[in-house]
Design a protein around this ligand. Structure first.
Ligand SMILES: [Mg+2]
Length: 91
């Protein structure tokens, strides 16, 4: 993780995205909705983590699950940025 840079993340995302079925059909709207969806999943995971912290009954998660959703948000944001031609120099 310490060696991860925006450039290596971008390259990994581009490669992985091209392996997804329907990749060529994704556009700005799709990618923006993907960011929103992943942000919602992160919010849900954080809510469940707060349940643990406060002793509230219901479905709970651990910090690793929150970290996974956080990574999904970062990846989806980078894919949207890549689609729009935004580089780390431009951001
Ligand atoms: Mg997710």
């Amino acid at each position: 993780m310490a060696d991860l840079t925006f450039d290596t993340l971008r390259q990994a995302n581009i490669t992985r995205q091209q392996e997804w079925p329907g990749y060529e059909q994704t556009d700005t709207t799709f990618k923006a909705l993907e960011v929103c969806g992943e942000a919602g999943e992160l919010a849900e995971a954080v809510k469940k983590l707060v349940r643990v912290e406060r002793g509230i009954a219901g479905t709970t998660v651990n910090l690793e699950a929150v970290a996974d959703e956080l990574a999904d948000v970062v990846i989806s944001v980078d894919l949207l940025a890549e689609h729009l031609g935004i580089t780390d120099e431009a951001a």
